[in-house]
Structure formats: C-alpha cells, structure tokens
Design a protein around this ligand. Sequence first.
Ligand SMILES: CC(=O)N[C@H]1[C@@H](OP(=O)(O)OP(=O)(O)OC[C@H]2O[C@@H](n3ccc(=O)[nH]c3=O)[C@H](O)[C@@H]2O)O[C@H](CO)[C@@H](O)[C@@H]1O
Ligand SMILES: C=C(OP(=O)(O)O)C(=O)O
Length: 431
Amino acid sequence: MKWIQVERTSGLNGTVKIPGSKNSSLALLAASCMSDEPVRLAGIPEIADFKVICEIAEDIGIRIVREFSGEVYIDPSGVRSASIDPDKASRFRTSYYFVGALLAKCGKVIVGYPGGDDFVKRPIDQHIKALKALGAKFTFHKEYYEVEARELTGSNIYFDVITSGATINAMLAAVRAKGQTVLRNAAKDPEIVDTANLLNHMGAKISGAGTDTIRIEGVRSLRGCTYTAIPDRLIAGAFLISAGVTGGIITVEDVIPEHLGSCLAKLKEIGVDIEIHGNAITASSAGALKATRVRTSMYPGFATDLQQPLTALLTQAPGRSIVSDKVYPNRFNHVYQLRRMGADIELRSGTAFIKGGAPLRGNLVHATDIRAGICLLLAGLAADGKTSITGIHHFERGYENIVQEFRSLGARIEEMDSSEDSMEMLHVAEK
Ligand SMILES: CC(=O)N[C@H]1[C@@H](OP(=O)(O)OP(=O)(O)OC[C@H]2O[C@@H](n3ccc(=O)[nH]c3=O)[C@H](O)[C@@H]2O)O[C@H](CO)[C@@H](O)[C@@H]1O
Ligand SMILES: C=C(OP(=O)(O)O)C(=O)O
C-alpha cells in the first residue's frame, strides 16, 4: 500500500508550471470523439481519469494515443458502438459526457453510473432532463443505463440548478441536433467556454458560452483540429494557498489569472499578498493571517473545489472562520481528518466553524477525494511531526505527480510504499 508522508515545512519557495485542467480535459476528450476526423489536444494531464477514458475508447473503436507529454491524438472515425463497460464508467465522474457526445453519432449509448468524488449526493437529473428535451429516451438498469435517440432535435432548456456537468453534456448533445437549442440558467465556468471553443474549432455553432444563455445551432458534421486545454485553476489555487499555509513565496506560471478571481480575492482578505504578472501569479505570506468567512458558489463564485485547501489555511488563521459549501453541503470529509490532527472545527449543516490558530499535530489521516487530499497535505506541512495520508488513488485523479511538485518547492514530503501493516493503517485512518 502506498501513502504520502508529510512533515512540517516553513516557507515553501519556488515556481510551478500549471498543467492543463483536469475538468476541461475530460470534456474536451469526449467532445473530440464527436468529430468525423482526428483531433489533437494539448495540455491533457496524465491522470487516472485520462487512463480509464483511453481504455473505454479502445473498447469502442476510438484511437487515443499520447504523442508527446501533454499532447494527445484522438481518431474517432472507427467508433463501432457506444456500449461502455459499466465498471470503467463508474471509475470517474464524466462518463456521462459520452452520452452527450456519442448519442447523435451512434443512436444508442449504454453506460454505467458516474463515479468520481463522493459527496453523498451528486444527482444527474439535469443531465437527464436536458437530453430528454432533445429527444433522448432513458432506460435505467441496476448497473448501467441506456440512452437512445433516432434523431436529436434542438430545444429550449431551462436548468433548475446551475450545473457545469449538465451544461456541458447538453451542449455536446445539441451540437449535432437538428435546429436550434437554447440553454438557460447555464453554468459559466471556464471549462464550459473551453469546450465550446474546441467544438467551434471543429465546426460547431455555439455562442454565449461563459454567460447564462448558450445558443447552439445544430450542424451535420464536425472536422478535426488542434486545440489546447486551459490551465488547471484548481491546482493553481491550491499551490497559491500553500504559500499562506507555510509562510512562503509561490509563483504559479502558465495560468489565466481571471479564472482565479474569487480565490485571489479571498487570499488577499486572509492576508496573503498576491501579485499578477502576465500569465503568472505570485502569492507570498509573512505569516500574519486573518480569519474570514467563505461561501462556495458556482463560477465566478468561490469554487467548492478550493474550499478544502482553504480550510487547511484557515486552521492557521487566529480567530473564527466560517466556511459554508452551498454547492455540495456534505463536502466536509476533510474536516473529520483535520480534527484528528488537532484542528478545532465544528460542523453544522453544511457549514464549518473553524477556531484557527490551534497548533496541528501530525497523524494518520485518510484522503476521501482529490481536494480533501490536498487539504490534508497542506495541513501536514503546518503540523508538528509526521502526517501520513492514505487514499493516494484520489490524488492520482487530480495530479500527475503531486509529491515531486511539492518537493521541488522545498516541502518535506515523500511517497511511501509498503505492504507491512498496511491494512491496519488503512483501518485506523478511515475511522
Ligand atoms: C469533472 C468535473 O468537471 N467536476 C467538477 C464539476 O462537477 P459536476 O459537473 O458533477 O458538478 P455540477 O456543476 O453539475 O454540480 C453543481 C451543483 O448542481 C447540482 N446538480 C448537478 C447536476 C444535476 O443533474 N443535478 C443537480 O442538482 C449538484 O448537486 C451541485 O450542487 O463541477 C463541480 C462544481 O463546481 C466541481 O466540484 C467538480 O470538480
Ligand atoms: C469533484 C472533483 O472531481 P470529479 O467531479 O471528477 O469527481 C474535483 O475535481 O474536485
């Protein structure tokens, strides 16, 4: 069994180049499968979700080849069917993008239920509602569901909640539907704009992505192109937060600073200095942190995916901080683990009340999802003694090589691998 061991490190210092966005890449890979010709994507990280998408693609006759670091060639011209192994589909969240992407091409998609990070409740009712509005028929089975459509027809779709996944999925399906689709109350995340930009390069007619109303004029065919994914704003945000946690100076390069607007504003409020220079951001902290209040919301609000690393930072800010997650009110698994490290945090109905400034101590803790993992890693950098973090496979869904990256900034961090006592360790940490 593998785990990550972190020791207290003050003053992380250095520069990190930010890779392509995980969440964008997942949508771009599905979108590329809609093309009639090969597509080349740059900035696709070598993460666990990418690997399972390659396995699925191979099963259904789509060629995906990694040519150079970050660059991927996709040839969807030989797609045989869209019958996707349920087990593989449930190893990541966005298997449902293959419904939107392949329905018009294949007429029928069979796929397992989505996996991904588990925050108790992650419904897909808005995906179903949007695809049904375009003419899809759903049949649900225990392990998988089937979606069929002889023809997709454009429609007016009003989302009941703002959802990034359903906005992307509806947009994918509408691109090859007959006539016009209008998506209202759409999510505005940069990953949606990125997906629309790729599709438009392929010959789609999408306007309004990045606003709450997206219009899609259906087209009959899509051509190949070369496209680069946007940088990962969530990885960048967590590195910037690490400057505050350790009292260090961190520069993230190759980012789009506007994508991090709400995170940078919150860091400044907490007392972390932020400087933007072109496509780079430097965060520095001399250690005087202030408690604050954070409410997550959909983009451009404060991202739910940055709530966990920020919570680690707020354990270091003297005073009372309040963190509410309005997107996923149950997304607080990391809090139980932070408490094992001595953090003084009370949880009440979707809100964490943090009494910051109490010293943290290293312990055995378990990462239950990607961002809980990064939260515990940051807490480990601030804690006395050693922190051992299990659940490494969650890090592998979001990061290519997190240990190396933090080591290059001076962090005392190691990946450990041993079969000895492993089961016992896992049990202790998961409690
Ligand atoms: C692969 C990917 O891109 N993952 C991101 C994406 O997930 P994902 O796309 O799954 O999240 P959504 O944007 O869809 O979820 C936003 C909100 O809508 C709700 N909802 C969603 C769909 C639906 O059919 N019905 C419904 O009620 C969700 O419960 C949540 O409260 O956005 C989340 C919110 O920014 C991020 O945490 C994830 O990192
Ligand atoms: C929630 C996340 O991922 P996913 O939606 O892929 O589970 C995340 O990236 O934090």
